[in-house]
Write a protein of this length. Sequence first.
Length: 107
Amino acid sequence: MKSVIEKEKKLNNALTKLKNLNFKNPDVKKNIENLSDQKNQLEIEKQELEEKYKSLVSDYNVLTKKLDEFQNQEKIEQKKQIEFSEKIDELNQETDILLDEIDKWQT
């Protein structure tokens, strides 16, 4: 029973102290304003970073498209080069055959 009375006294004492607290303390107000300013600054920085991120994603997508186009163009050029080389080989073979035929006719 004694502990309940002591707890009640402590609670009443704590309530009295809470009622007597001065919430208009200039330091608390200054700290709240400072925190509010920091919060606003962080929100501005967050928004700027989000815009930069969106810009980077857009740039990435554009560059990826260009890279794909270059790779496709390179494949096309390689195919053309292979075809050209094959045509040259065919012409060389035909030239060899014709030279052989000329040699036969000359002898």
